[in-house]
Design a protein around this ligand. Sequence first.
Ligand SMILES: [Zn+2]
Length: 345
Amino acid sequence: MERINFSLLRNKAEKEIKRATDLEELNVIFKKYLGKKGIITQILSSLKNLPKEKRSKIGRQANLLKSIIEKEKEKREIAIKKQIEQESEKDESIDVTLPAKRPETGHLHPLTLVRRKVEKIFESMGFCVVQGPHIETEWYNFDALNIPKDHPARDLWDTFWLDQKRNKEKLLLRTHTSPVQVRYMEKHNPPFRIIVPGRVFRHEASDASHDIQFYQVEGLMIDTDISVTNFKGIIDQFLRKFFNRKIKTRLRPGYFPFVEPGFEIDVQCFICQGKGCSTCSQTGWVELCPGGMVHPNVLKAGGLNPKNWQGFAFGMGLDRLAMMTYKIGDIRLFYNGDLRFLKQF
Ligand SMILES: [Zn+2]
C-alpha cells in the first residue's frame, strides 16, 4: 500500500464539504469518502493486510478522518437546511399592508385626447359628432363637392384609388372628411350643425408635416340665415376654448371648389405673438385650416335648395392641433407606435 497523506485528504474533504450548496451534492461528496467504495472505507478494509505496527497507526488516522468527515458533513447539512428554510420563509412572507402590483394599463393616444377635446367643445356649441366611411365613391369624394373632373386632386399621385370592378363606381380612400357633408345633407333636414372627425388618406411622400394618413375634423353648419360672421364667431370661440386663451384669427381669401367665398383661416403666431419669427416665416400668422360658405352646387348635390339654405364648412387638421398643443415637430411620431413617444401623454 502506498503512503497515504491523511492531512492532504482531510483538507480536500473539508473544502469539498464546505462548497456543497445542496443536500444532494453533499451526499455525493460524503459517499466519495465514506460510501461502500469510498476512499476511507477502502483504506479501513485494507488494514487487515498490513503489518501489525502499520495497521494500528493507519487505522487510527483513518478512523480519525472518518469521524471528522462525519462531523463536517453533519454541520454542513444543518447549514444547508437552515438556508432552505429561510428562503422559503422569505417567499411566503406576505406584507398585507403593501400596495398590490398594478397591471400595466395603456392610455389614450394623443390624437384621441385632442379629438375628444375638440368634440366636447363643439358639442357645447350645439354640434353633433358624425362619422363617415373611409372608403368612398368618386361621387361623394369629388363630384358632389363641386370638384371638377380635371382637378389635380383626382390624380393618381394624390389619391389612393381602389381596384375597380367592372361597371361599378370607382372607389377610393377618402382624401378628406368633406364627403360626409353631402351624405349628411341627403339624410337630414336642416337646420343642423355637425363635426366629422376622422382619418383621411393622401397618396404623397411623407415628411415632418405630411403623412399618407392623418386626421381631419370637418365642420358644417346649415341654416336659413348663416353668414361669414357666424363662421368666424364659431371658429374664434372654438380656438379660445381649445387653447384656453384669446386667439386672434383672420380670414384670407382662398380657392376651394366646395366653398364660395372660400377662406384660409390663419391664427396669430403663438411663438412671436404676431411680431414675426421663423415659425411663421416672419408674417406673424400661421395657417390653421381652409373653410368658407358652402358652395350652392354642394347644397344641390345634398338635395338642398340654395335659395332656402346656406351655411359654412371647414376642415381642420386634428394632427396640426395636436402638434400645436404638445409642441410636436413631426407628424409621423403619431403613427409609428414608438412607446418612448406615446408614454409621454
Ligand atoms: Zn411667429
